[in-house]
Design a protein around this ligand. Structure first.
Ligand code: X2X
Length: 355
């Protein structure tokens, strides 16, 4: 009788201990992890961010709650502060463009060298190669844990004034660019009049016509309905901005291994989904099939170029000779910016692309 009672109380105590440690464990997690996203939820990038939040929830059985804050509301629109805020732990996690952290991490400007990467294949090679590794390492050094590569995509120029086929066509054109200095330099070199502006203010500027043009990938152009403001687009693939999912490193390091594994898996899957959205209709059937087969998702706009044309836009492409004129005009950018990016990283990028 006594032994039974003893066993019962031991069992009860161990249940209580288990409960206490589960509670203590749970208390280590924040009620909500704030996710910074520069664009809104209808953008391909925004959809990827929501997917990430959903997958984290699912894979951690609701233990980790990631909440997306769209339109840079956490930053009051100041998109270039995203990286620092995550490094400092003011914001927990970001799904963000390389452009928006290049002021803190100049290495990321490797993706913003004009007419350097040129193809999706090269972009993949940089991300999976030595370039990507070096960028991941630089991020960790600055206090953030990179988890996966997504994609905003190859940025195309649109405007309300005229078809752009030569650098001369850009003369005096007021082009909204992100406030990252390499963009100002590049558009000055091309003879345009770059106006730097946060994305949150840019849409109003398109509506009011205070700028003539802008540059962004189809994943932004289509959701923002650029055809309402601009009649001309030139698909010149001049540079691409990858997106990255990254977490405050101190918090990341403190997570138990199973949570780390679940979040990492969520990041990789969400990034794969988002990348496929951004590439849909630009890489034959590859991304359309990834969306259908892996995510049971049918793309509404299966051919972005055709979509913009049907909305009344003139979509131009450039011949090799036409492209060369732009490449010649931006040569000085390499002289200024390769030293800032780092000669070493530039060489790594060339090697990754097999050049
Ligand atoms: O500001 C932009 O142009 C955008 C939305 O593409 C970025 O955040 C880099």
């Amino acid at each position: 009788m006594k032994t039974r009672l003893f066993l019962k109380s031991v069992a009860l105590m161990s249940v209580m201990l288990m409960l206490a440690s589960a509670l203590a464990g749970a208390a280590n997690f924040k009620k909500e992890y704030k996710l910074q996203v520069n664009v809104g939820p209808t953008f391909y990038w925004g959809m990827g961010a929501q997917k990430f939040a959903d997958l984290v929830n699912e894979k951690t059985n609701g233990q980790i709650v990631v909440k997306p804050y769209f339109g840079s509301t956490l930053l009051k629109g100041a998109q270039l502060n995203a990286f620092q805020m995550v490094a400092q732990g003011v914001i927990d996690v970001a799904f963000e463009s390389t452009i928006n952290s290049a002021t803190v991490l100049p290495q990321k400007n490797i993706f913003s060298l004009p007419f350097f990467i040129n193809t999706l294949e090269n972009l993949d090679k940089l991300e999976t190669g030595e370039t990507g590794k070096a960028i991941f390492a630089a991020m960790e050094e600055k206090g953030v844990m990179p988890l996966a590569w997504g994609e905003n995509g190859f940025r195309q120029i649109t405007n309300s004034k005229k078809e752009i086929k030569t650098p001369e066509d850009l003369k005096g054109l007021r082009v909204r660019v992100v406030g990252s200095p390499i963009f100002i330099d590049t558009f000055k070199a091309l003879g345009a009049d770059p106006i730097n502006m946060n994305w949150g203010d840019a849409v109003t500027a398109f509506q009011q016509g205070t700028v003539d043009g802008q540059e962004n990938p189809v994943g932004v152009l289509i959701p923002v309905q650029i055809h309402q403001y601009h009649k001309y687009a030139t698909f010149w693939n001049y540079l691409a901005d990858p997106l990255m999912i990254y977490w405050n490193k101190k918090d990341w390091d403190a997570f138990p291994d199973d949570i780390k594994a679940a979040i990492k898996e969520a990041a990789e899957q969400a990034a794969r989904f988002e990348k496929a959205l951004s590439r849909a209709g630009l890489d034959g059937d590859v991304s359309l099939n990834i969306l259908k087969n892996e995510f049971n998702y049918t793309m509404e706009v299966a051919d972005p170029v055709k979509f913009l044309q049907e909305k009344g836009m003139t979509v131009s492409t450039l011949s090799d000779a036409e492209l060369q004129a732009f490449k010649d005009a931006v040569k000085p950018i390499y002289d200024t910016w390769v030293p800032k990016i780092g000669e070493d990283l530039y060489k790594k990028a060339l090697a990754d692309m097999g050049q």
